[in-house]
Design a protein around this ligand. Sequence first.
Ligand code: G3H
Ligand code: 13P
Ligand code: ZN
Length: 332
Amino acid sequence: MVSYKELGLVNTRDMFAKAIKGGYAIPAFNFNNMEQLQAIIKAAAETKSPVILQVSKGARNYANPTLLRYMAQGAVEYAKELGWEKPQIVLHLDHGDSFELCKDCVDLGFSSVMIDGSALPYEENIALSKKVADYAHQYDVTVEAELGVLAGVEDEVQAEESHYTRPEEVIDFSKRTGCDSLAISIGTSHGAYKFKPEQCTRDPKTGRLVPPPLAFDVLDAIMEQLPGFPIVLHGSSSVPQEYVDMINKYGGKLPDAVGIPEEQLRKASKSAVCKINIDSDSRLAFTAAVRKVFAEKPGEFDPRKYCGPARDLMTELYKHKIINVLGSDNKA
Ligand code: G3H
Ligand code: 13P
Ligand code: ZN
């Protein structure tokens, strides 16, 4: 059993309380490899932003659970080396799909876990989320649970259609599970194709897809039921067109990729939404930079020469999110 406190990590409790009070949101960035982690820490340290390092089940399988845990510990030391005296870093399991996986992460030094029972019937979601919360709270590890279904792929969990969170259920769910934060469904979804073209309109000037707005009325109704309770938004990449264009220009094929417009995330950040999950935008930045190097320098075969530019572009992206979208700079 490793305590996250020994690793220099923090849980989400105070972080979320301050974010709600201060009208900003904490970035939750997924990582699978060293370059993403370096970019996240550099961006957070340079902007003095609290940050949540997210690890999915797929990331654990890809990178090895033990290695990832030590990477997160190394990240705290790296942040200090960059001049961030008291780094506010959370290590969080993203979309945990079983009690055993959540327990394993708690035991390995995670400071926060998500149990995603959103695809289960309501009572089963409550029972599973409560079991995880009861275990995690013994070690002061915070727990995110989810109510409502996002369309798209959630690691092992897949759904064709989204079902908005029902505001009339949130009090009962949060009380009975004891969760510390609640992920909700208000129209976001995972990946780079968040909306089908038929759900969107087209900008007549650019020909680009314009997505439908998020269901802020549902968010308002949830906040009315649970005043001051930490709310989480998954599937919140914006799918920046400049990266999509770069990828397509240099041999990729991402037709009609579309994300959540930044103005909507800015608006959400000012509310009780205090954690915003971003993964796909980092993947797009990484891929765009790598494709550019491959296209322009076909003779290059040193991974540092294409992973380095990818890391730089991701750092720029993370800083942009922190400063211009979530407003979490200078809060740590
Ligand atoms: O919500 C899903 C995250 O983007 C993680 O994706 O399961 O492919 O690692 P992954
Ligand atoms: P995106 O696919 O929009 O980046 O969402 C990531 C996410 O929700 C991770 O849990
Ligand atoms: Zn998610």
